[in-house]
Design a protein around this ligand. Structure first.
Ligand SMILES: [Ca+2]
Length: 526
């Protein structure tokens, strides 16, 4: 079972130092392995592509998001050189089900060979697009049939609908095919914007964030050290330089309401995980289920609207035309727009994202630690994964080999009509079981932002800027640039990164930008 959160930061969960109530994930995390250095790949679609195929995102056709930018850019849909984990496990006899977000097909309205139902999932209930209203999710689909009307039922809330579908699948399988193994992928959209949550969930966080982002960031780092996830002495990055000190921040009541709503989104997701775990327990499957949880990218500093309100409002794949009762949506972040209700469409902003990514710098889209660091929980008592913190670094390409080793399923060297690329990662199972594993280089590229990590060194740069070098064992928050003192390491790692980028088909960011400029397609990063 794989549970993915959307745009959740490194330290939001209780068992990773956060204030948010996540008892279900805390219980699984503390009874299983928690990884301190697991990395996603900075953005929704590329992360999901890598997670499900064991390849780097560029190899699957999804280098940015799901815009089809051929012939000069990426395809924006899973290509035929990759095989999904669902396809591999189904071939090994597993029942397969996806409940939640897909975001791996450029066409979200017409079924294609990049839809989940044609990529190994027997069952699919969820959204094809990258995000949307929790009360009225656009592109909601069941199998290959439009299902947006299902959300018109009284009391519908997308997070709960994802949970319900997954829980029913677990209970139904126990009756329908009790001896057949299954792969259940639960892809919540929480806590991605818009900030939608029920009033009673938001009320659970009254007072929790009143101390503000400065105090709370320091407290989170203290708890990360206490949990054994960060070494004692880890330095906290400075507050994002564009953001005010909490004591100087205007509209603090509104600021608090944004973070309360974000917390309520995670809280609701965690209660869903608790319900699914209870279903696994009641059907006798929990102890012998490899349960994994992670977030697809670091916390998001994205403002809303991205571009102007009117063009944003026209994005039908993520913005519903109105509320179910016909009210227009209020899109944007302003002190007179308290988030949560169906007619709002807001995000929580850069300063709170800075808290979510404690102790790191930067956000979703960047490949500095704040963009790519995620909690990773693996729970499988019958599989020898006991309570421990694992510090070995891994990235998304390592997930598929881990599941293949755990299940005994095999990678399909041949698929009819396809020529799949070999897997890029390696199994994490030995490390999850507490054994030492050798180091290996990890690589990233997104929007021209680039990084490579080998042993204690991480070489990283923002697009069009110079390489920075950090000793991420001693300086995880990337505060002291060692590049001037170690030019040999910089040249060695930059050459290794360039060779990797060339091999996996990274398209230079300038070329992608040129397509958008030429065709008037707007901002390729948006
Ligand atoms: Ca995301």
């Amino acid at each position: 079972m794989l549970v993915v959160a959307d745009d959740m930061g490194y330290s939001d969960l209780g068992c990773y130092g956060g204030e948010i109530a996540t008892p279900a994930l805390d219980r699984l995390g503390r009874a299983g392995a928690r990884l301190s250095r697991f990395y996603n790949t900075a953005r929704c679609s590329p992360s999901r592509a890598s997670l499900l195929t064991g390849l780097h995102p560029h190899q699957t056709g999804i280098g940015i998001l799901t815009s089809d930018d051929r012939p000069d850019g990426y395809r924006g849909s899973l290509n035929d050189r990759c095989v999904t984990l669902a396809e591999m496990l189904r071939a090994a006899g597993y029942a397969t089900s996806l409940s939640g977000k897909w975001h791996l097909a450029s066409d979200v309205w017409t079924a294609s060979d990049a839809w989940p139902t044609r990529r190994g999932f027997d069952r699919f209930f969820g959204t094809l697009s990258g995000c949307g209203s929790y009360y009225r999710p656009t592109t909601l689909t069941r199998g290959e049939e439009a299902a947006e009307d299902e959300a018109s039922a009284p009391g519908f809330f997308y997070t709960d609908a994802i949970t319900k579908e997954a829980e029913e699948f677990v209970r139904a399988q126990a009756v329908r095919e009790p001896d057949r193994p299954f792969f259940l992928y639960v892809a919540y959209t929480a806590p991605h914007w818009p900030l939608h949550a029920r009033a009673e969930d938001i009320a659970r966080y009254r007072g929790v964030f009143d101390a503000g982002w400065d105090e709370l960031r320091a407290a989170r780092l203290g708890r990360l050290v206490g949990e054994g996830l960060m070494p004692a002495g880890t330095a906290l990055s400075d507050r994002d330089p564009t953001q005010p000190a909490w004591v100087d921040a205007p509209d603090r009541d509104w600021q608090v309401s944004r973070m309360q709503t974000y917390a309520a989104q995670i809280d609701r997701m965690d209660r869903g995980v608790g319900r699914i775990a209870a279903a696994l327990e009641e059907t006798g499957a929990l102890a012998n289920t490899l349960f994994c949880f992670l977030s697809d990218n670091g916390a998001s500093a994205e403002p809303l609207p991205i571009a102007d309100v009117e063009s944003f409002r026209r994005r039908r794949s993520i913005v519903p035309p109105a509320t179910w009762s016909g009210q227009p949506l209020r899109i944007g972040n302003a002190p007179d727009m308290v988030p949560g209700p169906e007619d709002t469409y807001a995000s929580y902003g850069r300063a709170w994202a800075n808290l979510s990514n404690t102790p790191f710098r930067f956000y979703k889209r960047w490949v500095h630690e704040g963009g790519i660091s995620t909690p990773f929980i693996a729970h499988w008592p019958a599989g020898g994964i006991g309570p421990r913190v694992v510090h070995a670094p891994f990235q998304l390409t390592d997930f598929v080999p881990t599941v293949l080793e755990a299940t005994g399923a095999s990678w399909p060297a041949t698929c009819p009509g396809r020529d799949p690329l070999p897997l890029e990662g390696r199994s994490m199972l030995a490390a999850l079981r507490g054994r030492r594993v050798d180091g290996r280089a990890l690589h990233w590229e997104h929007l021209g932002n680039a990084a490579i990590r080998r042993d204690r060194w991480k070489l990283v740069r923002e697009h069009a800027r110079s390489w920075e070098l950090y000793d991420v064992d001693a300086d995880r928050a990337e505060l002291v640039d060692e590049a001037p003192r170690h030019p040999d390491v910089v040249s060695d790692l930059s050459a290794a990164w360039t060779a990797w980028a060339s091999r996996v088909g990274v398209i230079p960011w300038e070329r992608v930008q040129a397509i958008y400029l030429r065709e008037g397609k707007g901002d390729p990063a948006g």
